[in-house]
Design a binder for this molecule. Structure first.
Ligand code: FE2
Length: 337
């Protein structure tokens, strides 16, 4: 029987979902074109050096913040929501009880905001409210590219997946699925959620902490194909990095793009509800290639190796390097036959 960390269902605070990501970019105009025309986000506010975007179903001010910077592109923060303002005080105590740094921050277009570093070194921020803006979900004439509906999750590479999993499950996260080689208790990847679908935050083993990607849902699979077509039309075609394809874990129909600064963003759909306490987490064997990736080619090596650094955060390597089936390995095998 696999020894899995346990969810604390009685936390004195209520984290509700992943809320937003703050990225730095070199060329805000190029990023704006990519995220509005290809991904299909809408601009809530353009404030010169900072652009605030949201998905077409989102009624809160932003789910992606892009800040102009001449330095190496980074992820400044991953944002999450709590239900009520008072959750923030109890969450602050939770982080501090585990030796994690916290600070109150004034953040534009967000209610009272708690910034905190998790046990893996990921810079987070939590708030209970943002200004409310119109949902664009039935403004069909304004839907572009992938028609990104809302932010769903982030995936983060960390050197110690179990340590991160224990921390987040103590904070009330549910484990929906996990990747673990057969006959081992190693956690190579975990899918953790608060909002009742498979993911809010995903950790995979790798040099980190680094942001592997932020993921937005698309209403229909055809929106995902259209995003690829628009990417090709506007000169972003070489940034279509993986897919379209079908994930085993989470079952998503997906495509991964690299934005003009190399930040990775996923469009996907077909997640499922996950909010019944008796349902066991699904285990995946990374060696079972046909189940992990039901069809399509393996990802390029760079999909596994490259990721966005967190601003000013030191990185370290996992004790054991992964050995994923990459497209390069797959093709080398074919030519031998
Ligand atoms: Fe994802």
């Amino acid at each position: 029987m696999m020894d899995l960390p346990r969810t604390d269902y009685d936390t004195p605070f209520n984290i509700t979902r992943t809320s937003h990501v703050v990225l730095t970019v070199k060329d805000l105009d190029a990023s704006r074109q990519f995220y509005t025309e290809v991904i299909g986000l809408v601009v809530t506010a353009d404030e010169g050096d900072t652009l605030y975007l949201r998905g077409i179903e989102e009624a809160c001010h932003h789910s992606l913040v892009l800040r102009r910077s001449g330095d190496t592109p980074t992820c400044a923060r991953v944002g999450m929501r709590v239900l009520r303002d008072q959750d923030l005080d109890r969450l602050k105590a939770f982080f501090e009880s585990r030796g994690c740094a916290t600070a109150w921050a004034e953040v534009p277009h967000q209610g009272r905001t708690l910034q905190a570093t998790d046990v893996a070194g990921v810079p987070l921020e939590f708030c209970a409210t943002m200004p409310v803006v119109p949902r664009m979900i039935t403004q069909f004439h304004l839907h572009k590219g992938g028609a990104a509906a809302r932010i769903d999750d982030t995936q983060i590479l960390v050197p110690d997946v179990r340590k991160a999993t224990e921390f987040y499950m103590a904070a009330g996260f549910w484990l929906s699925e996990y990747i673990s080689p057969l006959q081992s208790s190693e956690l190579a990847g975990v899918f953790l959620q608060r909002k009742g679908n498979p993911h809010d935050i995903v950790f995979f083993s790798g040099r980190g902490p680094r942001l592997h990607h932020a993921a937005f849902t698309s209403p229909e699979s055809v929106n995902i194909i259209k995003a690829c077509d628009v990417a090709g039309t506007l000169g972003f075609g070489s940034g279509v990095e993986r897919g379209p394809g079908r994930h085993g874990p989470g079952h998503a129909f997906f495509v991964y793009f690299r934005d003009p600064d190399g930040h990775r963003v996923e469009l996907f759909n077909t997640h499922y509800q996950a909010m019944d306490i008796e349902v066991e987490p699904v285990r995946w064997d990374p060696g079972d290639a046909a189940r992990m990736t039901p069809w399509g080619l393996p990802a390029q090596r760079k999909w596994f190796a490259e990721a966005t650094p967190f601003a000013g955060v030191a990185q370290s390597d996992p004790p054991r390097a992964g050995d994923p089936m990459t497209l390069e390995k797959f093709l080398a095998k074919q030519s031998v036959v």
